[in-house]
Every structure is written in C-alpha cells, then in structure tokens.
Design a protein around this ligand. Structure first.
Ligand code: UDP
Length: 238
C-alpha cells in the first residue's frame, strides 16, 4: 500500500501561464484537463484541496498600467481574468467527476458563489474542491498573496505552488545549466536572496502563519500526488 498523504488539507496555487501550454495567450484545454486529472488523484487520496488560479495568461494590471491604463482598472481586469481561468478549471474538474465550487472575492452571484470563509471550509469537508477566484478582490495585490491569504484562512497544512520546474533553483534552470535546486529553504532565505518563488507579501504571510510552501512541477504526471506523500522532487520552504 502506498504511504498515506502527509497533509489533510492543502491549497494549490497555479499561475495562469501554467495553463497556457505552448500557446502565447489564453488557455490550453489539454493542459487544463491534465492538471484536473492530477488534482483528482490527490483528492482520491483523501486530501482536501482548494485552488487559487492566476490570470497572467489573459491579463495583468501592471502591463496594462505600463501602456497608460489606470493601474486599479487594469488590476480589476486581471482579477476578472482569474475568474475565467477558475471557471475553465471548474468545468475540467467536473468532467473528471469531482464536485466543485468557485468562490469569487468580487461577488458575481450569477456566475459563482461569493467568497464566504466558513462556507468554503464546509465545502471542503464535504469533499468539494473549492476554487478561489478574483484574487484578494483588491487591486495592487497578486494571486500569490491571495493564495497565502486563503491558505491562512482555510488553515491548510501546506500551500503548494505548481510551477513549470521541480522546485526552487539558484538561477533559472532553463537558462543556466549550473543552476542548483534546493531541497529546503527558510522563508528568510527566500526573502533575503530574493529567490523568485512567490512575491514577498505572500512569503511573509505564509511565514507569519507557519504555512509550509512546497514548490513542485505541476506538469510532471504524478508529481502532485508524490509530493503529498513526501516523495519525488520538490522544494519545501518553512
Ligand atoms: N490581481 C489583483 N489583485 C489580486 C490578485 C490579482 O489586482 O488580489 C490582478 C493583477 O492585475 C494581476 C492579475 O490580477 O496581475 C493576474 O494575477 P497574477 O498576475 O497574480 O496571475 P499569475 O501570474 O499567477 O498568472
């Protein structure tokens, strides 16, 4: 029998770009389906799963502000992009037979539920996968910070960042062959060395609430489930 999962409840943070596949923009349905299958495997291990999905594959407020748009308006557009991604992921998860709820930090009740902390926790207890959409609901924040915030509110045992590489490296492993992968780091290591894991406010929030952050390769089949058993390659920050 495989070892049982180390975690009872986790939050998985996915960037919008991670759902883009080889495209330059938007969503790759095959990639969304692949990630949904990975989530299903972990859910079947008895782990309660919630998700925060970014919106960078569709819209980023900072980029819009650089070309003259009001930053707050751009950020609201970015938050709406996360709702699009969340609905796509909801649909993919439901095709896998999972029960899901999307809760948005910006209420849009004809599309999904508004964010209600206790209700989200109850959904997870009932075995539903909860997708937190629209980031924190506030401009000038990122979905990394939203992930750390929801992770703290949901009292998760770990926050997982599903990326394109299997952990945190000393430099970009796709560009630098000598880049070294870390097995574990402290929150302070990440902040002081300015390692590109999550933004500083997300790291600080995780640190204050003692939530371990696990960085792993979401595109490697079986890696999410292996990480839940403490197997495979990943970097843990604690
Ligand atoms: N955003 C925001 N407040 C939040 C979360 C997100 O204003 O709490 C906006 C911001 O413009 C951001 C965009 O939504 O650029 C998409 O989110 P993010 O860049 O974090 O997505 P990712 O890089 O994870 O795909």
């Amino acid at each position: 029998m495989p070892p049982s999962p180390r975690y009872r409840r986790v939050l998985l943070k996915l960037s919008g770009e991670g759902l883009m596949g080889n495209r330059e923009y938007g969503l790759d349905p095959a990639m969304v389906t692949m990630v949904a299958q990975e989530i299903k495997t972990v859910h079947e291990m008895g782990v309660q799963v919630c998700l925060v999905i970014g919106g960078g594959n569709i819209f980023r407020g900072v980029s819009a502000a650089a070309s003259g748009m009001d930053r707050a308006s751009g950020d609201y557009m970015g938050m709406l992009a996360t709702v699009i991604n969340s609905l796509a992921m909801q649909s993919a998860l439901e095709r896998q037979g999972l029960q899901t709820r999307v809760q948005s930090a910006i209420p849009m009740t004809t599309v999904c539920e508004p964010y209600i902390r206790r209700r989200a926790a109850r959904h997870m207890e009932k075995g539903r996968v909860v997708i937190f959409a629209a980031g924190t609901g506030n401009p000038f924040f990122t979905t990394d910070t939203a992930a750390a915030l929801r992770a703290a509110e949901m009292s998760v045992d770990a926050m997982l960042k599903g990326t394109q590489v299997d952990g945190v490296y000393s430099s970009d492993p796709k560009k630098d062959k000598t880049a070294k992968r870390y097995d574990s780091l402290t929150y302070m290591d990440v902040l002081q060395r300015d390692l590109q894991v999550m933004d500083a406010s997300a790291i600080s929030l995780a640190r204050e609430n003692r939530i371990p952050i696990i960085v792993f390769d979401i595109h490697k089949p079986g890696a999410f489930a292996a990480t839940m058993r403490g197997e495979g390659t990943f970097t843990i920050i604690r």
